[in-house]
Design a protein around this ligand. Structure first.
Ligand code: AMP
Ligand code: GLY
Length: 339
């Protein structure tokens, strides 16, 4: 600890961490501060008998969320009422996700397009970073299993000024005001998972960190020195600094190990890294050996490119990927397909 006493740390306090760590806490926070989100109710072993009538009052699909962290697996979206009732019991009574699901949030399903909003704050002032959109599914056309993220893009082309203003006024401002009002000490990033339903933004979830792979498209667009920014948090200088954003489009394509997100092999030699010139390579699941890099995880590399148009940025990343290789390398060839 003593070595860290002089190190400036950017992080939320434990209380603020509950915005990510407890869905029930986050939902109550949103309710209290009038932040648009899906209608919900929380259930535990004590009131589980009332859950059936709550589910019956909703229309399918049914969204069941384990209250605590469950490695990204704690959210179930079910079409069938009987199955929803059964799964709810399996979460609460049979502890399907361990202690994380002893409390379950049931909420209304929102049908729209998801996007990620990032805010840097010191708990008083804030700066909104570029918006991004990630691609979570393993398969093309957004099919198959969920992953940590297969690609991302920033800016998000379909957002207009009207919508951004709504996000600012209905979501970001009340969130920061709530953080202030609850006296949560907060220095760092608020990641607001949004869904755009028709022209209205709703909060799906909060995280108290940056997102991955969104970081790989958001940070390359920030031209202001981020160390200056971080250093100014909690001082008047933070307010005075202007956040300079590169108007170029950034895209990233993630190269993963064959088999991911199920079982996959590691220790595959990665070739071509030094041939890549026009893109930024971020190492995620790699390990340096004497003369080479080898794979050491499911998501191995992120290949980010920037250009005036996102189509051109994508073309650049895909062209650079042709130079890279490892046994059973896989990536989605359709990032941005839905734009
Ligand atoms: P969360 O962990 O709360 O972000 O939920 C994981 C994923 O489930 C989200 O990224 C959405 O794709 C989906 N999801 C969560 N809540 C809802 C909802 N109320 N309506 C529709 N989809 C949802
Ligand atoms: N890209 C989503 C996350 O970092 O949770």
């Amino acid at each position: 600890m003593t070595e860290l006493s002089k190190v400036k740390i950017i992080a939320p306090s434990k209380l603020a961490g509950s915005l990510e760590g407890s869905k029930d806490f986050a939902k109550n926070f949103m309710k209290k501060y009038n932040i648009p989100t899906a209608r919900h109710k929380t259930f535990t072993a004590e009131n589980i008998n009332q859950a059936d009538s709550f589910l019956e009052s909703m229309t399918p699909p049914y969204v069941l969320k384990a209250d605590g962290l469950a490695a990204g697996k704690g959210v179930l979206i079910l079409q069938d009422l009987t199955e929803a009732k059964k799964e709810l019991r399996s979460m609460i009574i049979d502890k399907k996700f361990g202690k994380s699901s002893s409390k379950v949030v049931i909420e209304e399903f929102l049908d729209g397009i998801e996007l990620s909003c990032f805010v840097l704050t010191d708990g008083h002032s804030y700066k909104t970073l570029p918006f991004a959109k990630d691609y979570k599914k393993i398969g093309e056309g957004d099919t198959g299993l969920n992953t940590g993220g297969m690609g991302a893009i920033s800016p998000v082309p379909f957002l207009d000024d009207d919508f951004l203003l709504k996000v600012e006024n209905k979501i970001i401002k009340p969130t920061i005001d709530g953080i202030k009002n609850e006296k949560m000490e907060y220095m760092g990033f608020v990641f607001i998972g949004l869904i755009k339903v028709k022209e209205e933004p709703y909060v799906i979830e909060y995280n108290v960190r940056m997102g991955d792979p969104e970081t790989e498209v958001v940070f390359p667009r920030i031209s202001t020195d981020v160390i200056d920014l971080f250093d100014s948090l909690g001082t008047p200088k933070f307010n005075q600094l202007t956040l300079k954003i590169n108007p170029k489009h950034a895209v990233t394509v993630i190269l993963v190990s064959g088999g991911y997100p199920k079982e996959y092999e590691k220790e595959k030699v990665i070739t071509g890294l030094s041939d890549v010139e026009e893109s930024i390579i971020f190492h995620a699941g790699t390990k340096q050996e004497e003369n080479s890099f080898v794979t050491n995880g499911g998501r191995v590399l992120a290949v980010t490119s920037m250009s005036d148009k996102y189509q051109e940025a994508l073309r650049l990343s895909y062209a650079q990927i042709q130079k890279l290789g490892f046994e059973k390398m896989y990536y989605r060839k359709d990032i941005g397909f839905d734009l």
